[in-house]
Design a protein around this ligand. Structure first.
Ligand code: 6R9
Length: 892
């Protein structure tokens, strides 16, 4: 019996049968706009129902709102954005969509889409899935045969031991097969007639800076680099560290390594010198390849300086680097200003063009290593995830083709950096193996946003959203200057304005757009912020209030007898929280949420702000878009809806792909033409993947349930070991639940069999889709001479998904100070990278520990999230007073 991943009831619904979906197939309704309306209506219906239920008590005779009877009290404060609990005696009330259930929202692909899709129905999926599970060897070898193999694999397609109780964990696919990934990406496609097709488009940060390479041109450049590497003595199996920004030279270098059988280890160019040194020391590379500098905003980041420091550091550990190839990036730094070590450093442009543009392929075994990529774990030491050649090639190519419904005419853009696994599997290998045209974007940088103005009865308000912080730290201040309100705002990753993404989509006619929820949320906020400002402006106009803006939303203080603004906000459908104290009422409207306000619409055009609504998106055509994708963390339903409705014009399915550095490729993902989606769910397993949800004892749970997400049996793209530490590989992934691969993620399966990822269950924080081990941050903090101890936990963050919250105990007699706080954050930035900087340092005279000295992170998580009435049992603590002290220091 094979597990049935797709519930037959949903199949029927998706096929237009038994169950009436809440959201209709747009093709079934009169027009797309009708569909949109239904979409919004449904949201409203949920809100209106609430209202209707309380209708009698809702308004008093003067049409003022009766807050008590209307607002719904929330049992738990976990629904509030972090920081809201700062307010003493908070009485939290949330309105709006947060309480809606997403489980019954089915969004179906249009008939036109399904008809042309690679997998067009649940039945077709089920048939293929069944075969992939019942006959994996046949299924995968048929696909593998579409690639070039110098020699076919041996007897066994797959040879595995997946159970620690039966000995050493071993995963092998296509062993004995001789091939080369670079050959399959380039030469094979050129032979098939794609030589003149564009392989890579490159778009720089600065509008106007761009370029492109056809498959033939790309092969020539790859060969030149490959020849150079061979010339300096890089051989099959040797490691090469790549520390480059998103320029074409990054995928070129990866492919060049693959061509000669060298193992690339790409390090994200946002990592610090220390992190880079750690990776150099671990894999002892024959060469380091970098760039002198890259421009982020107006500031050049001196990558070469970071590499110099890292090489010095690793030399102290006895690992020397003989060659450092440096790409000259004059836009960021002049050659003559680049620090240079004669004899070791060499300019890319001085040597590479001199090498021949053909290079014979080094044929390798399917199980020979292709690359190393370090990822965070629950200890301070990053793990070198090792992927091999054959299985990874077959798996990334196949997942790319099906999850994005790839067609040869597509223009594909993945916003990930090649420094992460997404850039390996779905910027470089997966798409190029399919002969796709890939857009490489230099990357998002924070941009200087213009000021926003709005009028109120207290005068003209100016929202200064210019105060950008590299760190993305949650930080805000509101000042009143000359009668103007100024507020700092979280930076958004875009340049020169929030429309850049869609400008690029139109410029290249991008048809598949794959990105991360954090980016969706920050872009959505740009449009939504305007909508909010508008609603708010009107509210402010209605009564004199004290307005504050922080990272969580707009905070308004009004006196309790003034119900009009609240009524207005309610009519806008804005979710909000209210704290009522004697005579005053503090309202927080967390942004961004999609709202629809008759009142505001009625005033459309009065102040021009309304016109600004979503214009960053809608002023671009986006007609070329066909499929959207999301990766890195769970996408929250409101971001999903905005992505679907606004960006994709309610026309493009979203592939919410769940996978990991370790899995090499997609594991649970929609097949966009095959079935209905539920906003926020990664849906069903890919071919050959058997996800199981287990309880804490490792017992599989059937049907509707929540638990730990594990995978039964191997798949071709699985990682084979942790570099130099097979024991850690087994301990981390295969020992927690014997017989399974343990993902480290929690998961819920709903009544229809849809999978909902609920985040990490281990000590790993997911910040903007980047995995950061709490232990890594802690060890950076304690390296500071004045830090005695540190404990780091993740907290919910509106844009980044999770933020980093650090409890810090100082050495005796060191006073708390703002300078020290900054210094501690700087220490983490220096040691790991800016993206790992803590959002909050919470001074801790002591940490809550059990009598055996174990830190009780559960309690720290609750304190960080201000869920103070959910601290649970603290009686096992060695010193229960510690908790009280920590709570007292919460706002210091
Ligand atoms: C590809 C990548 C892996 C972790 C993973 C999970 C989270 C990734 C997700 C998702 C929910 C998705 N994650 N995609 N959670 N829905 N679509 O991001 O690899 O950097 O190794 O991170 O990211 O928690 O365990 P990696």
């Amino acid at each position: 019996m094979i597990p049935v991943p797709y519930n037959s009831i949903v199949c029927a619904a998706a096929a237009g049968g038994a169950r009436e979906p809440l959201f209709r197939n747009p093709s079934a309704s009169a027009s797309a706009s009708v569909y949109l309306l239904q979409f919004n209506c449904n949201r409203r219906r949920i809100n209106t129902n609430n209202r209707r239920n309380n209708n009698n008590n809702f308004m008093d005779s003067n049409n003022n709102m009766r807050t008590e009877s209307y607002l719904r009290h929330v049992d738990s404060r976990k629904l509030m954005p972090n920081g809201a609990g700062h307010i003493p005696h908070l009485k939290a009330v949330i309105l709006g969509e947060a309480l809606a259930s997403e489980e019954d929202d089915l969004v179906l692909p249009s008939k036109e889409f399904s008809d042309q899709a690679n997998v067009h129905s649940p039945e077709q999926y089920m048939e293929m899935y069944k075969r992939s599970i019942e006959d994996p060897d046949g299924f995968w070898s048929e696909i593998a045969s579409q690639f070039y193999w110098k020699q076919k694999w041996g007897e066994k397609v797959c040879d595995e031991n997946f159970d620690v109780r039966d000995g050493k964990i071993k995963i092998e696919w296509f062993k004995g097969g001789i091939t080369n990934v670079c050959y399959n990406c380039l030469d094979r496609n050129i032979e098939a007639g794609l030589g003149d097709k564009v392989a890579l488009y490159w778009e720089g940060n600065e509008p106007g800076l761009d370029g492109s390479l056809t498959y033939s041109q790309l092969l020539n450049q790859v060969c030149q680099v490959a020849n150079y590497l061979k010339d300096i003595g890089v051989k099959k199996g040797d490691a090469v560290i790549v520390y480059l920004p998103m320029i074409n030279e990054l995928p070129i270098t990866m492919l060049a390594c693959a061509r000669i059988g060298a193992v690339h280890s790409v390090v994200f160019a946002g990592f610090s010198a220390e992190s880079l040194a750690q990776r150099i020391t671990d894999c002892k590379p024959k060469a380091v390849i970098t760039c002198n500098a890259v421009r982020r905003g107006t500031k050049p980041i001196l990558l070469k300086d970071i590499v110099d420091a890292a090489i010095n550091d690793s030399a102290k550990d006895g690992v020397s680097v003989d060659v450092c190839l440096v790409y000259d990036n004059p836009v960021a730094l002049k050659r003559e200003d680049t620090k240079w070590t004669q004899g070791r450093d060499i300019w890319w442009q001085d040597v590479i063009p001199k090498y021949p543009s053909t290079c014979p392929v080094e044929w390798v075994d399917a199980e020979d290593p292709l690359f190393l990529l370090y990822t965070s774990g629950s200890t301070g030491k990053p793990k070198g995830v090792l992927h091999t050649t054959g299985g990874y090639m077959v798996y990334t190519a196949t997942t790319f083709k099906y999850a994005f419904d790839y067609k040869p005419s597509d223009i594909y853009w993945c916003t990930a950096d090649c420094g992460w696994i997404t850039g390996h599997s779905y910027v470089t290998y997966g798409p190029l193996l399919n002969g796709a045209t890939v857009l490489v974007y230099e990357g998002f940088k924070n941009f200087m946003r213009k000021r926003m103005y709005f009028t109120t009865n207290i005068g003209l308000c100016e929202i200064d959203i210019n105060v950008l912080r590299e760190t993305h730290r949650v930080h805000s201040k509101t000042t009143r200057k000359n009668g103007f309100y100024m507020a700092s705002y979280l930076p958004a990753p875009n340049y020169p304005d929030a429309g850049r993404c869609w400008d690029i989509v139109d410029k290249y006619k991008v048809s598949i757009f794959y990105t991360a929820p954090t980016l969706v949320r920050s872009l959505m906020r740009d449009g939504e912020a305007v909508r909010y400002l508008y609603a708010l402006m009107f509210t402010v106009y209605l009564c004199e209030i004290d307005l504050r803006i922080n990272a969580f939303g707009f905070w308004i203080r009004v006196s309790t007898h003034q119900h009009t603004p609240m009524t207005h906000l309610v009519s806008c459908g804005l979710p909000m929280m209210v704290e009522e104290n004697l005579g005053t009422c503090l309202i927080c409207i967390p942004f961004p949420k999609i709202s629809d306000c008759k009142l505001c619409n009625g005033l459309k055009g009065t102040p021009s702000l309304m016109k600004e609504l979503d214009k960053y998106v809608t002023r671009y055509s986006r007609k070329s878009l066909r499929v959207l994708g999301s990766v890195g963390e769970p996408i929250n339903p409101s971001a999903w809806r905005w992505f679907y409705n606004v960006v994709g014009d309610s026309r493009c399915p979203i592939s919410d792909t769940w996978w990991q550095t370790e899995t090499g490729g997609f594991m649970i993902t929609p097949l966009p033409g095959a079935w209905a989606q539920k906003p926020g769910s990664a849906t069903f397993p890919f071919f050959g993947i058997q996800p199981v949800i287990v309880d804490e004892k490792g017992v599989e749970i059937d049907g509707e349930c929540s638990g730990y997400l594990c995978i039964k049996k191997s798949w071709p793209g699985a990682f084979r070991t942790l570099y130099g530490d097979h024991e850690r590989y087994e301990t981390t992934y295969f020992k927690p639940f014997a017989g399974y691969y343990f993902s480290g993620d929690g998961c819920r399966r709903d009544k229809d069999g849809y999978h909902w990822l609920t985040g990490r269950v281990d000590d790993v924080i997911n910040v903007s889709g980047h995995r950061i081990g709490t232990a890594e941050v802690e060890s950076a903090l304690v390296s500071h001479p004045q830090c005695a101890e540190a404990a780091v936990v993740g907290v919910e963050h509106e844009v980044k998904g999770q933020g980093i919250y650090a409890f810090v105990t100082l050495v005796d007699s060191v006073p708390y100070s703002e300078d020290l706080r900054k210094d501690l954050i700087l220490t983490v930035r220096k040691q790991i990278g800016a993206f790992a900087a803590p959002d909050k340092i919470h001074w801790a005279p002591g940490l809550p520990k059990t009598r055996s000295g174990k830190i009780m992170r559960r309690i720290l998580r609750k304190i960080a999230a201000r869920q103070l009435d959910e601290l649970g049992d603290t009686s096992t603590l060695a010193d229960p007073n510690v908790v009280k002290q920590l709570i007292e220091l919460s706002d210091s």
